[in-house]
Design a protein around this ligand. Structure first.
Ligand SMILES: Nc1ncnc2c1ncn2[C@@H]1O[C@H](COP(=O)(O)OP(=O)(O)OP(=O)(O)O)[C@@H](O)[C@H]1O
Ligand SMILES: O=C(CO)[C@H](O)[C@H](O)COP(=O)(O)O
Length: 318
């Protein structure tokens, strides 16, 4: 797959839309591992802000307002990148909230574009081959953001909370709306399973809903075997899985809900199949405590599968 991708001469664009700290990088890590770092380029569309931090403060604007971003320039750059051209990519430096000199940027055969508005305009959507929207619940997002901003970055908790509140209206207006256009939406809520008393550390247990447009042609035969025999020898962990058809903003979708953690052996079959299709050796989905796969890990796996299907069509057309 990596060789075919390199030879295709065209760049396949994956857009991962969502708020700051919503898990975009974490979720798309599965795709990076599947295709290998050398095949996948990535950048954040934060580089396409049109106003720096001080200018936004003076105008009373948040970065979530499309007017604080150069969305047309990004669409033009994506068009060039898809043709294999080099762009002069702007650079926004978060450490000071200012712009730096643009840098030359050329993409590998797959480009993952992460950010607040990659699906916001029609011009942008035309340049995107696969659009994903990451949608953690308010409670989950707040916890992740506080953990990262206060823990890793040393910000004050009160300031982080105030920023979260200040962003809410623009988030609803300008970011949330993009889930209407995404081919896959990943909704992440707190687990509905009680924390088992025997687990000292309940870990990262979430209920993940993967909402995907129904494919016109069925996927190629992949052995999605969930091996229930492992249930009787599992050390710990609890899960539930459910599947529904639904209507999502007028689109026919499938909704797969995975809650809790699965044992690695349950998904090994499909993971191995995808890895052999892509020619990769790294595990695709995040593990928890060695033998367990988290529900967001399961979403990584299923999105990678969907991506492989799309890539194969893309390569067949090239
Ligand atoms: N699936 C997950 N399970 C547990 N924690 C997660 C998960 N996804 C994200 N987080 C937490 O949220 C933090 C932010 O995640 P990530 O960097 O993936 O978000 P992002 O949307 O790419 O953020 P930004 O756009 O601000 O760079 C991580 O450091 C981690 O603490
Ligand atoms: O939403 C964001 C990232 O997607 C940031 O808030 C935005 O990029 C502004 O960054 P900073 O606060 O460092 O000026």
């Amino acid at each position: 797959m990596a060789e075919r991708l390199k030879g295709s001469g065209r760049v396949f664009v994956v857009a991962v839309a969502g708020d700051s700290g919503s898990g975009k990088t974490t979720l798309s890590r599965g795709i990076r591992r599947l295709l290998g770092e050398e095949a996948v380029s990535t950048f954040s569309m934060d580089d396409y802000h049109s106003l720096d931090r001080e200018e936004r403060r003076v105008r009373g604007m948040t970065p979530l307002n499309p007017e604080a971003n150069r969305l047309d320039l990004l669409a033009e750059h994506l068009r060039s990148l898809r043709l294999g051209e080099t762009i002069a990519k702007p650079v926004y430096d978060h450490s000071v909230g200012e712009f730096r000199e643009p840098v030359p940027f050329r993409s590998g055969p797959v480009l993952i574009l992460e950010g607040l508005h990659p699906l916001y305009t029609q011009k942008l959507r035309r340049e995107v081959d696969f659009g994903i929207f990451v949608d953690p619940s308010r409670a989950v997002k707040r916890r992740w953001k506080i953990r990262r901003d206060c823990g890793d970055r040393g910000y004050q908790r009160d300031l982080v909370m105030a920023e979260i509140l200040a962003r809410e209206p623009d988030y609803k207006l300008y970011v949330d709306v993009q889930k209407v256009y995404a081919e896959a939406v990943v909704k992440i809520d707190d687990t509905r399973l009680g924390a088992p008393s025997f687990l000292e550390d309940p870990g990262e247990r979430y209920s993940v809903r993967l909402i995907q447009e129904v494919l016109e042609a069925g996927p190629s035969a992949v052995d999605l075997k969930i091996d229930l025999s492992a249930l009787f020898s599992l050390p710990d962990g609890e899960f539930s899985i459910s599947f529904q058809r639904d209507d999502y903003y007028g689109k026919r979708v499938s909704v797969l809900t995975v809650d809790g953690e699965l044992h690695r052996s349950m998904v090994e079959g499909v993971e191995a199949k995808l890895k052999s299709l892509a020619g990769s050796t790294a595990p695709i989905c995040d593990r928890a405590g060695g033998d367990r796969v988290t529900s967001t890990g399961m979403a990584q796996l299923l999105l990678s599968w969907r991506l492989l299907e799309k890539l194969q069509l893309h390569l067949d057309k090239a």
